[in-house]
Ligand binder design. Structure first.
Ligand SMILES: [Zn+2]
Length: 668
């Protein structure tokens, strides 16, 4: 039970083999076209494929008539060369007979438009008829494949909520009413109180009268909206849980995962039903080097180390766009970047580019013509390296000393009343980006996770506050931690109602300030003059602070509140709490976060690193792995290295290393 004692974000997956491979779609290819697949995969170091997530029609061509022979053959053929299979429940692409016979399963958007067959994710996960079909196909697959020694686990569905998360069908309406009834213990008065239905005569006399929150004709009630978003996440978790329970009953040793991260799912809850979470990574959408660190760190915050069921191989293209083709070395570098940020398995999307369908330009390891080119060579190099070194990486997890806190409800509360201001996650990304650029051991940590091992916590406008979280944050500071919180923190209760306390509400004692006035700022309208004479740009918002016990870190420079407190520091116990009376932005992150770093004692992973070189550290009780990744186009000299051995080259390292462009070293 060693894992259980670790903070959630620090838990390894428990995998004993580092998984490497690709999502594989044999149903798209003829016997002749597939003939070399197993041998080519094995030569490339593949030990795992993911299959069948979009093949329901092949396995149940007619309702109730199952035929698993095709996938039996594929699983056996791959198993024969040592490649194991992660199967998927195929519920992201329900077959036509299903929606034809049970049209009530089709999702409906807020405008009343019914989704149709012909793409994917068109069925509602709250529909009883669809739930029944999900139960049947999952049960049939579980029962059948329990006897296959080559099937090691499952992915539930595929990217739940990827295209469609807010459904307004009648089944959702009914399910939301029942969810509300349970949440408020059948007490409609409690719901009216929680949502503040006294406003605009919205009060309900019965749970049977509750409607889904529509923004029509005017904006919906923020309390109603937040509860609905909780319902959407809870019911998505419940849909998955039904599948997981079937699979676990069929074979307890199966590993079960899912590929996120998508809207309206609280992954900290969702992942409790899984062995580990998966995260799909497509960095070519933004081409930012920070893309994988942020996405992987977010995913890891839910339940620890992850599998990457889909990592970009080639360019991805759909109707409206096509990515730039990743240059040589990029695919492998992305893979090691994901590993540096907590991946215990990498599957590159996908084995071979399909010649038809909506993703015919979502390019895989092999091209349309099935000829191995540079992407296959690179995939092969990576696979054979990971086959050699993978087990040395497993069991370790990513060091985090500087954390940005995240919580599903905070984001949803903001979305219900955004006022044009940055969301908690936008600020989290900004803070994470800056701390990562500073080469610090940064991570995203769920608010409900343990704060053990953290020296700095950035709390990005957590408006919802309760005594338990306030108490834990206070304990973190008293014990020596540094907390930085930004505008609007602690202004609401857990029902998304504004509290009667002066902001920052339950955190006023910890911050040592109250907010006496606030208002919108237009860009460049005001700046904060910091105590050392430098300045920080305010972002969209000003708060005038009154100190009870805090000391000055920054004042407003202009306006009727010029010289009023804008940023403060309050010492409490062995630690300190910094309150920032504006939002974080790319422009002010350095100035404001440096105030916290000056106090927090967070050491860089390796001092003096060149700008293009990223560092991350994975550790366990008896092991430290230092990842160094050169994202630039020139060789980089890295100094002040600890003595050790590069896992990839096997070479001894002492003091200095020259890293080629797009290359990586893992020093053990
Ligand atoms: Zn629905």
């Amino acid at each position: 039970m060693e894992n259980e004692s670790l903070p959630r974000h620090r838990r390894p997956t428990g995998l004993r083999t580092f998984l490497f491979g690709a999502p594989y779609y044999p149903e798209h290819w003829s016997d002749a076209e597939r003939a070399d697949d197993a041998a080519r995969m094995a030569a490339a170091g593949v030990n795992c494929v993911r299959m069948a997530e979009f093949a329901w029609d092949r396995m149940e061509p007619v309702e109730g008539e199952y035929d698993f022979s095709f996938f039996d053959e594929q699983v056996e053929c791959l198993g024969g060369v040592g490649i194991r299979t992660i199967l998927c429940t195929p519920t992201a692409t329900p077959p036509r007979w299903l929606s034809f016979r049970y049209p009530e399963v089709l999702r409906v958007d807020a405008g009343g438009r019914r989704m149709e067959h012909g793409s994917r994710q068109h069925c509602c996960t709250n529909s009883p008829a669809f739930r029944e079909q999900s139960w049947k196909i999952t049960s049939a697959m579980a029962e059948h494949f329990a006897y296959s020694r080559h099937v090691i686990g499952w992915q539930t569905d595929n990217e739940l909520n990827c295209h469609f998360s807010l459904c307004y069908c009648e089944a959702c309406q009914r399910a939301f009413r029942e969810w509300c009834r349970r949440r408020y213990d059948d007490d409609i008065g409690a719901l009216n109180e929680a949502w503040g239905t006294a406003f605009w005569a919205q009060s309900y006399g019965s749970f049977d009268h509750i409607v889904l929150p529509y923004d029509r004709p005017a904006r919906a009630n923020p309390g109603h909206v937040l509860d609905h978003r909780r319902f959407v996440s809870d019911s998505t978790c419940e849909f998955q849980r039904e599948q997981v329970e079937i699979l676990r009953r069929a074979k307890a040793e199966w590993l079960i995962t899912h590929n996120g991260l998508m809207p309206h799912i609280d992954y900290a809850v969702f992942a409790r039903d899984l062995d580990f979470l998966g995260v799909d990574l497509y960095p070519a959408f933004t081409e930012e080097v920070h893309s994988i660190p942020y996405a992987a760190d977010r995913a890891r915050s839910a339940a620890g180390n992850v599998l990457v069921p889909e990592l970009q191989a080639g360019p991805g293209g759909q109707v409206g766009y096509i990515h730039r083709t990743p240059p040589p070395g990029q695919m492998r570098l992305w893979a090691y970047q994901a590993v540096a940020h907590g991946a215990d398995g990498i599957l590159h999307f996908r084995w071979r580019t399909c010649r038809f369908g909506a993703e015919e330009y979502w390019c895989g390891v092999l091209d349309h013509d099935n000829k191995p080119r540079r992407r296959y060579q690179e995939f092969s190099r990576e696979g054979n390296e990971l086959r050699r070194i993978g087990t040395e990486i497993l069991g370790t997890s990513v060091d985090v000393a500087a954390a940005v806190l995240a919580e599903y409800d905070q984001e949803q509360a903001h979305a219900a009343m955004p006022l044009g201001m940055p969301s908690p996650s936008e600020q989290a990304r900004t803070a994470h980006h800056y701390l990562w650029r500073r080469k610090l051991p940064v991570g995203i940590v769920e608010a409900s996770d343990s704060f053990d091992g953290l020296k700095l916590i950035v709390l990005p406008s957590f408006t919802l506050m309760d005594e338990a979280l306030a108490w834990r944050l206070t304990g973190f500071v008293r014990a020596g931690g540094t907390l930085l919180m930004t505008a609007w923190t602690g202004t609401r209760d857990r029902f998304n109602r504004i509290t009667d306390l002066t902001p920052p509400g339950l955190l006023a004692g910890l911050a040592g300030v109250t907010v006496e006035e606030y208002g919108r700022l237009d860009e460049a309208e005001n700046a904060i003059e910091l105590a050392d004479g430098t300045s920080a740009q305010a972002h969209k918002w000003y708060e005038v602070l009154a100190a009870s016990s805090a000391e000055l870190l920054g004042r407003w420079r202009h306006g009727h509140y010029a010289w009023a407190l804008a940023v403060t520091l309050n010492r409490l116990g062995a630690g300190r709490a910094i309150y920032v009376g504006t939002y974080l932005s790319e422009a002010n992150a350095a100035a404001l976060l440096d105030l916290a770093l000056a106090e927090a004692g967070v050491e860089p992973i390796l001092p003096g690193l060149p700008a293009d070189v990223e560092a991350a550290r994975r550790t366990s009780a008896d092991k430290t792995l230092l990842f160094l990744l050169n994202h630039g186009d020139d060789p980089q000299t890295i100094s002040r290295l600890p003595a050790g051995r590069d896992l990839i080259t096997g070479k001894k390292i002492s003091g200095q290393l020259v890293l080629d462009p797009k290359d990586v070293a893992i020093i053990a």
